[in-house]
Every structure is written in structure tokens, then in C-alpha cells.
Design a protein around this ligand. Sequence first.
Ligand code: NAD
Ligand code: ZN
Length: 241
Amino acid sequence: MIVQIQEVRKILKDTDKIVVLTGAGISAESGIPTFRSNNGLWEKFNLEELATPQGFYKNPRKVWQWYNERRKSILSAFPNKAHYKLAELESKKNFFYIITQNIDGLHQKAGSKKVIEFHGNIFREKCTKCSYKTYNEKIYEELPPICPKCNNLLRPDIVWFGENIPEDVYVQSYEIVEKAEVLLYIGTSAVVYPAAHFIEQSIYRGKIVIEINLEKTQYSDLVNFSLTGRASEIIESITKI
Ligand code: NAD
Ligand code: ZN
């Protein structure tokens, strides 16, 4: 692995066009639970009830209660070294984007500027009927919240299971992945689509693909480098000058 780390460090230093795809694993060391690993959120909670449009319309109050709790835990979390090192790397490159599946906003808190929130953000809200959208870090006492414009239900502006990625977000991400020379994906189980398609797209196009994860994924054997370990430690070692 030491040789691999050295090679990756050189690639990141020499390449100017880099795209990073991040998942829940990069925020795990900030104390935010992941979805699928041991002790992950979906072992304790019911996905159909809490992260689908059907679950929301069945019981909006319950879904909002859960998002209230997740807002609280995300508000008390801080970016970790992995987030900071990526922000530092961005400042040295002309073409450097992060496409994140996370909804916690920690990349931006660490100083990253070019961040695409592929699945939305937990603090954004939108009306279920009209075009009203807002950013709000509030923990609601009265649930569910109602649109100030049309009095219909407000919902978190995140992409739930079974929903499409907004087209502009998808197209922009796709084009960035096409232009990049390197795809680095970090802390994602790589089983949620279409985000995982970016890994396939990059492998197919013959780009340099680098994986960082605590465990192997379905793509580990197909990529150029599969680095196993904690995101913060590996990112620190591959970005050392
Ligand atoms: P996931 O839970 O499916 O997978 C997380 C991966 O990270 C696992 O493979 C795990 O081995 C790895 N991991 C855990 N700790 C790590 C560490 N310290 N260093 C490196 N790797 C580590 O997460 P995913 O692939 O992002 O799943 C997709 C869905 O989960 C997304 O839709 C996302 O919106 C949602 N999600 C977001 C957050 C967040 O915003 N922080 C938290 C949980 C889930
Ligand atoms: Zn409305």
C-alpha cells in the first residue's frame, strides 16, 4: 500500500483535472452515522417510512421528526481532516470538483467551493405544491412545517429513494466527470445509483480511478488504486507535499 500511496500522491500533484465523489464514510469521522455499514442508520430505521415520498405523504410529521433529529446531530458536527484536506487541494487546482452524496454541508464548512450536492441538503426545504424553496437550520417545534406562500406541506429538499436527481444537477455532474482526468471516490459503498454510475463512466473512459474506503466495494478490482482505511488518514497521506 505504501507504493500505491506514493503513486497516488504523484498523480494528484501532477493532474489538474480532478473530480471527487464522496459518500457518508467521509463524514463518519465527524460523528455522523453512515447508512449501510455496521451500526448504520438503516439498521435502526425503516427506509420506506423515512426516505421515500410514499413514507412522507403517509406520515409527514414522523418524517419531519426524524429530519429534526438529523439536523440536530449535523448542526453539532464539524468537518474532519478529510474534508479540510480536500478543500486545500481544491485551492491548488484549476479544475477540481466535489460531487457529494452527503446532505450535511460539511465540505462547504471546510472551505470547499465547487461542491455539487447530488442528493440535496438537509437544511434546504421546498414546498410540495408551489415553487417555494428556502434554506433553514431550524429545529421545528410544530410539525409538519407549512409553506408560507401557499399553506401546503413543506418537505426537505433532498433526493429520496425512488426520486430522480434534478436534471441540471445530473447533467452538470456528468459533464464534470467527462472532463476530469482522475476520479477519486471516498467513503461510499458505491451501491446507490445514479451516483455510482460515475465510477463506471470513469472506468469505461479509461480515466485514472482511485477508491478510498474502509472496506472493498464492487469496483475495487476494476479501478487503478483501491486504498483501504480511514478517509482522514489516507487523504492526509496522499496529499502530503
Ligand atoms: P453508505 O453508508 O452506503 O456507505 C458508506 C461507506 O463508507 C461504507 O462503504 C463504509 O465502509 C465507508 N466508511 C465508513 N467510515 C469510513 C471512514 N472513516 N473512512 C472511509 N470509509 C468509511 O454511504 P453512501 O455510499 O454515501 O450511501 C449513499 C446514501 O447515504 C446517500 O444517499 C447519502 O445521501 C446518504 N447519507 C448521507 C449522510 C451524510 O450526509 N453525512 C449520512 C448517511 C447517509
Ligand atoms: Zn407552497
